[in-house]
Design a protein around this ligand. Structure first.
Ligand SMILES: *Cc1c(COP(=O)(O)O)cnc(C)c1O
Length: 405
């Protein structure tokens, strides 16, 4: 038989969400009638704009006609969509020919592993969205796992915690080929300021690193002074690429559409173009996002679609405010929730899986244990603002009842 990819065996036990589901199901087995509310997983709950659904439906019906039929596209996305992304989301700061449309940001993170290969060294925020590390493990870029250090040998973890305002201590971060950076951050809800991102860009320049900036939550930023893209920072085009997505702003988690910006100025050490290689990867192992769904993306970015997208974002941010304020009233120290749909609640001295279990058992509310995102998350629990309003209010009531005991 074929041998198993030895890197897959290195993945750390129980990918976070399956483990959460296992514990949820264990509770349901004990208490079959428990009405469990999830503020756990980062999945959208509100419907996509009708205007957008119609555009997708029209494109689908059109496929049954000679005029409306289309086959393979350019592989990097429809020109109209790429132009609309630069206009609506980047103020024209980047060229439409630097936007590479895809089926999602997570999928692009996977293909980035193929782009940079097994020899790339990486730095990640701790805590972080699991795909950066797990993807690197699968390609073999991380070295062995040390149970003692609870770390992979070739990964530099950059702790982000209240003491450093959730921004890494770059002076004590080693030089790596790649730096994954997510702002607004999942799970902490922290956003990096302009000054902090300038520091990050300068650090990458000095070390000749490439920043992979994840801006999946950029549209949730409320503060007008907080950058929504790494490309708002001068000089970033020489050291950064950006992955982003329609998933969270437009409710496209199941529809699937994202993009990666690769500036023409971005070069490898030998002077060759990163964009050229990215195009090669995309045409080799992908073949372009669905042309039907791309029409939906275009509709999102038109005024009529975008106004509903903004309504949805406001709705989730109101959820975030309700959760944040309720937890604060209960005397819990919380972070995030003002420019991101995540609230990062601190339970000093406690283990996050214990806090998770306790909230699940006593309130029937699912949260996400911070340890699932990295060792620095261990005293924290993440609450997601994605949910129907009545569920959010009910969850808040239950938390209040329990914590006031
Ligand atoms: C949800 C999420 C994404 C989006 O992934 P898609 O594949 O586009 O659905 C990307 N990055 C982070 C940090 C996320 O939380």
């Amino acid at each position: 038989m074929a041998t198993r990819n030895k890197n897959i065996a290195k993945l750390q036990a129980g990918y976070l969400f399956p483990e959460i589901n296992r514990r949820k199901n264990a509770l349901l087995e004990k208490e079959p009638n428990a009405n469990i509310i999830s503020l756990g997983i980062g999945d959208t709950t509100e419907p996509i704009p009708e205007f957008v659904a119609k555009a997708i439906a029209d494109a689908a019906i059109g496929m049954a006609t000679l005029d409306g039929y289309s086959g393979y596209g350019s592989g990097l996305g429809m020109t109209e969509l790429r132009e609309k992304i630069t206009e609506r989301l980047y103020n024209g700061r980047i060229g439409a020919d630097e936007v590479c449309v895809s089926d999602g940001a997570k999928c692009d993170c996977g293909r980035l592993q193929v782009l940079f290969g097994a020899d790339a060294t990486i730095a990640v925020q701790d805590p972080a969205y699991p795909v950066y590390v797990d993807g690197s493990v699968i390609i073999g870029a991380t070295g062995e796992y040390s149970a003692e250090n609870k770390n992979f040998k070739n990964i530099a973890y950059m702790p982000c915690k209240p003491e450093n305002n959730f921004f890494p201590d770059l002076a004590n971060t080693p030089k790596t080929d790649l730096i994954y950076f997510c702002s607004p951050n999942n799970p902490t809800g922290a956003t990096a300021s302009k000054e902090q991102l300038e520091e990050l860009v300068a650090f990458a320049k000095k070390n000749k690193s490439i920043i992979i900036f994840d801006s999946a939550y950029a549209t949730f930023i409320q503060d007008p002074n907080t950058p929504k893209s790494i490309f708002e920072i001068e000089g970033a085009k020489e050291v950064a690429m950006e992955v982003s997505s329609f998933s969270k702003p437009a409710g496209f988690t199941g529809v699937r559409l994202g993009w990666t910006v690769v500036p023409k100025e971005l070069k490898f050490e030998d002077g060759s173009s990163v964009l050229t290689d990215w195009k090669r990867i995309m045409s080799t192992v992908f073949n372009g996002a669905s042309n039907i769904i791309q029409k939906g993306g275009i509709a999102c970015l038109e005024d009529e679609g975008w106004s509903v997208v903004e309504e949805r974002i406001s709705f989730y941010m109101e959820n975030a405010r309700l959760i944040r304020e309720a937890l604060q009233e209960l005397g819990i120290t919380v972070y995030g929730g003002d420019n991101a749909p995540y609230i990062w609640a601190h339970f000093p001295g406690k283990n996050s899986w214990d806090v998770f279990e306790d909230i699940l058992e006593s309130c029937h509310v699912v949260s996400t244990p911070g340890a699932g995102f990295g060792a620095t998350g261990n005293e924290f629990v993440r609450f997601s603002a994605f949910g129907h309003r009545d569920n959010v209010l009910e969850a808040i009531e239950r938390l209040k009842k329990k914590l006031q005991e």
